[in-house]
Design a protein around this ligand. Sequence first.
Ligand code: 3HC
Ligand code: NAI
Length: 700
Amino acid sequence: MTSAVSYELVDEIGVITVDNPPVNALSHAVRQGLHDALRAAQQDASKAILIICAGRTFIAGADITEFGKPPQEPHLPDLCSEIENASKPVVAALHGTALGGGFEVALSCHYRCALATAKVGLPEVKLGLLPGAGGTQRTPRLAGVRAALDLITSGNPIDAAKAASLGLVDHLVEGDLREAAMAWCGELVAKNAPRRKTSELRVETISDGVLAEYRSKLAKRARGQIAPFKIVDCVEAAMTQPFPEGMATERKKFIECMQSPQSAAMRHMFFAERKSARIRGLSKDTPQRDIGKVGVIGAGTMGSGIAMNFANAGMDVVLLEVSDEALSNGLQIIARNYVGGIKRGKFTEAEALERRERIAGTTEYSSLADADLVVEAVFENLGLKQDIFAELDGVCKKGAILATNTSYQDVNRIAAATTRPEDVIGLHFFSPAHIMKLLEVVRADKTADDVLATCMALAKKIGKTPVVSGVCYGFIGNRMLSHYGREAQLCVIEGATPEAVDTAMEQWGMAMGPLAVFDLAGLDVGYKARQGLPEDQRGDPRASRVADTLVEMGRCGQKTSAGFYRYDADTRKRTSDPEVQALIEREAEALGVKRRDIDSSEIVDRLIFALVNEGMKIIDEGIAQRPGDIDVVYVYGYGFPAFRGGPMHYGDAVGLDQVLARVNEFRQRFGADNWSPAPLLEKLVADGTNLTDWAKANCS
Ligand code: 3HC
Ligand code: NAI
C-alpha cells in the first residue's frame, strides 16, 4: 500500500480506500496503492472488494500533472484489467465526480453503486484526449454505442440517475456512502453474485450510416479538433474488434492525442483557468464582504444580462434606469431572456419566475442605499459615469462595493469621483452578459484587497471565470482586440473580401470571424468609441474607414440587418453584399491603397500575431498577471479556440523567434506605427527562451 491508499478487511469485505486530496487523482502513488491493495485483498479471507474514496469525490481522473513525464508502472489500463480479472467481485462506490480514469476504474469493477448526488463522465476530450484506460471500449458495452458517443465526445458529466438509466451505475444509495456500499456488498456476497466482466459483454452494432452522420455533426460542433474524431474511431473499434484489439486501438489513439499540440494547449488551458483565480500579493485568507443585494444601473444590453446573473445565483437585484420607459424595456429584455432559457432547458418555468421576481425595478437612487454591490452599466461616457459614481458615493451605505462595467474608461478616474476609491472596481462583463463566461475584474490603483477578493469569489458564485486586469484603455481583452480588428479591416481595404477574412479565421479555429463579430456587437459601438477619442488617438484611419462609412449609411450590423454583410431577418444568416464590396473598393481608391491578393496565411498571421505582440506588451506592463490569464480572456471571452491554447500559448507553440520574424517583416511592409515588436518578445527571443519558462520564473 502507499500513503494514498489504505486497505482493511471489514466483515468479509476488503475495503480499499483512496485518499489523495484534493480530487483523488490517479497519481503514481494511487495506482501503486490500488495494485498492492488488490493483491492483498485477493490473498485474504474477504469475499468481495470495495473501492471507495475519502474526501470530496471518487477518483476524478488521471493525474494531469504527470502528463508529459515518463509514465511509471503500474499503467492505468493494466490496473483496470487487474481489477476486472480479480478473483473476487469488485464493487465501486461513487460520490462527487467520478471522472476520466476514475470512471474507467469504476467501469472495470464488477458492480457500481453511487450516491444520487454523484456525477460520472469521461471529460478527456476537454483536454484534447480520449479515455485511455478502456473508457471507449467498456462504455459502449454497458450503455450502447450512441450513449457512449454522446458521453465521450461531449465530455460532459451526467448525474447518477441518468448513469443508472444507461446501465453505467447499478445501484443508487442514500445517506452514508460507506455504510450503504458495505450493506450492498454484503447482499452481493450473500447471493453469491458473480464477477461480471464488462469486457465480455457484447456491443450492439449500429450502421455505418449512423457513424458517418455522427462524424459529420462533429465536423461542425468540434471544428478543427482531432480528439473527438479519434473517439468515434475507438467506439467503432469497440463494435468491430474483439476487446483486446479494441484496447490496443484505444491505446494507440490515446498516445497520438497525448502527443498532439492540441492536447498540450488544452491542458495548458485547464491549469491557466485555475491559476487565473489567484491574485498577486493577496493572501488566500483576505476577508470578504457579504453580498446579498445588488444594484445595477442601466437596463440596456449589458445591465439586463448582468442583473440576471445575480438573480440566478439567488441574490436580490434592484435595476435602476433613467425613466419608467427605459426600465420597462430592460425588464422586457430580461423576461425574453428567461423565456429563451426555459426553451433551451436551462431552467424550469417555475425557476425562471422565481429568478425574475428577484429583480425589482426603480428610477430612484435611494433604492440602492442598502445594496452591498452596485454595478454601473450606462452609456460609455466618462463624465456620465463620474456623475453616477458621485451620486452613489452620497447614497450607498458604507462598505458597499461600487463597480463599473465600462469597456474602455479609466477606472481610476471613475473612482476619483467618489470619496471612497478603495471601494471602486471594474467588473467588465461580456455580451450576452448572462451567458458569456469571462469576467475581467479591473483592479484600480486604490481598489482595496477585500473588494478584489470579494469580487473574485462572487464571480465564481455567478458562474463566471474571472481574470484580473490592471487599468489601461480597453483592459486586457479589448486592448488586444483593437489590434486584431485593425488588421482584419486593413486586410479588407488592402484586397481581401470580408468573407475571405472571416473564413480564414474561422477555418483556423476562431468561433466567428472578426467582421461578423463586429456586425454582431454593432458597428455603432466602435464608431461611438472612436468619436469619443481625440483624433490622434483613433488609430489607423484606413482601418476604420469602411466601418465608419457603413455606420453613416445606417448599416450598424445585425441589429439593422446589414453591416459588413447582409442578414436574413429571421435566420440571421449572413450573405456577402456587392454594395459593401463596391464601397470597399471606392474607399481603398480614395485612400490611395493599391488592392492585391491576400492569402489566408497572411490574414491569420497578421491578426493572431497582432494579438500576441500586444499581449506581450500587456504582460510587460503588468496589466495581466501572467500569460495564461490572457489566454483565459481570449478563450472565454473572444471565441479563441481552446485547442490552440489562447494567443500567448500559441505564440510559444509556434516559436517566439518565428513570431518576432513575422512581426518584423510586417513592420517593414506595413510600417512601425502598427507593428512595433514588444520589448518582451525581443528580449525572450534574444535570451533564447519562451514565455512558459519566463512565466515560471517571473509570475506567481
Ligand atoms: N489531475 C491533477 N490535478 C487535478 C485534477 C487531475 N485530474 N483535477 C483537478 N486537479 C486539481 C486542480 O488543478 C486544482 O488544483 P489547485 O487547487 O492547485 O488549483 C484542484 O485539483 C481542485 O480542482 P478544481 O479547482 O477544479 O476543483 P473543483 O471542485 O471546482 O472541480 C473537478 C473538481 C470537477 C474534479 C475538476 O477539477 C475537474 O474537472 N478536473 C479534471 C477532471 C478530468 O479532466 N479528468 C480526466 C483526466 S484525463 C484521464 O483521466 C485520462 C485517462 O482516461 C487515462
Ligand atoms: P446600452 O445603450 O444598451 O444601455 C445603456 C443603458 O443605460 C440604457 O438603457 C440607458 O437608458 C441607461 N442609462 C443611461 N444613462 C443612465 C443614467 N444616468 N442612469 C441610469 N441609466 C442610464 O449600452 P450597453 O451596450 O449595455 O453598454 C453599457 C456599458 O457596458 C458601457 O459602458 C459599455 O461600454 C459596456 N459594455 C458593453 C458591451 C457590449 O457588448 N454592448 C460589452 C461590455 C461592456
